[in-house]
Ligand binder design. Structure first.
Ligand code: HEM
Length: 255
């Protein structure tokens, strides 16, 4: 989550900075395997175990209105919010599965799978602004719920693992986790704000130019599936056509 939110907040520094980061991520070999092994399966595991724990625990908030008790309850509430947020968010931008039939017949017709990695900022901005203010509010709340869940979760994990056991140690750890949460929350809100404010047409022109330079410099392989023009057959609503792409023979010939 830290790496993901910092990467996304790089959009506040510029469309090119964010696009470079996404190019780096998408140049990793076996990306779908990495995604499933290190992101999706662990999150699904955490969600299943988390729901089981939340349903079997007993909150005593009605009897003891202590800060620790409130945090116990909020850990569960934010867990449920994070669950809904992550599954909706990954469907909204990533589409869950990359199979063409799934994307074309299920995800895209209902406004999901909106992120095009080689047009990162413009497709993100279009996705973010496709339902007025609704997606930005959803993202802001989702990000804050995830951040609380992580920061408070680290604190409770520290108790379970015996890292801070005395009341004093727990109080100190509380401050550290609070500071971490506030910082990561600001990073997440910066990302949400930057995605919402980006001008898609101007961003797309920059991205298309960056793609052209990379393909011509043999830094990446041409991949229309990762571009807005290629994926959506030129039907992207607010995007400009961008520069014409001349792919050298050596590149096209080798595939
Ligand atoms: C500021 C808010 C956020 C923005 C702008 C954002 C953006 C994105 C984008 C663009 C993708 C698609 C990546 C791709 O297909 O290459 C993605 C995927 C994902 N996001 Fe977020 N995200 C945000 C917050 C979060 C939060 C708080 C979580 C919580 C853990 C999260 C979890 C995920 C996961 C699990 C994926 C799928 C992983 C993957 O695509 O490889 N995101 N996000």
């Amino acid at each position: 989550m830290c790496v993901h939110l910092v990467t996304n907040s790089s959009l506040a520094s510029g469309v090119d900075v964010f696009q470079n980061a996404v190019f780096a991520i998408h140049s990793l070999p076996f990306l779908p395997v990495i995604e499933w092994l290190f992101i999706f399966l662990p999150i699904i595991f955490h969600a299943v175990v988390g729901i089981w724990i939340a349903r079997s625990g007993h909150s005593n908030l009605n009897r003891y209105r202590l800060a620790g008790n409130r945090r116990y309850t909020w850990q569960r509430i934010t867990g449920y919010i994070a669950f809904v947020f992550i599954f909706t968010h990954v469907f909204h931008l990533h589409g869950w599965f990359h199979a063409d039939w799934w994307l074309k017949t299920v995800a895209e017709p209902i406004g999901m799978a909106q992120f095009d990695p080689y047009n990162a900022a413009s497709s993100l901005a279009n996705a973010m602004n496709s339902l007025g203010i609704l997606w930005p509010i959803f993202y802001a709340l989702g990000v804050l719920a995830c951040v609380f869940h992580l920061a408070n979760g680290i604190w409770t994990a520290g108790i379970t693992w015996g890292l801070w056991l005395t009341p004093n140690a727990q109080a100190r750890a509380s401050y550290v986790c609070l500071g971490f949460g506030i910082l990561l929350g600001l990073v997440g809100l910066t990302a949400t704000g930057a995605a919402t404010r980006t001008d898609p047409a101007a961003a797309k022109a920059t991205e298309d130019q960056m793609y052209k330079v990379r393909v011509e410099g043999l830094m990446i392989k041409p991949n229309e599936h990762k571009r807005t023009d290629g994926r959506r057959h030129g039907h992207s609503s607010e995007a400009s056509p961008g520069p014409t792409l001349i792919i050298p023979q050596a590149v096209t010939g080798s595939r």
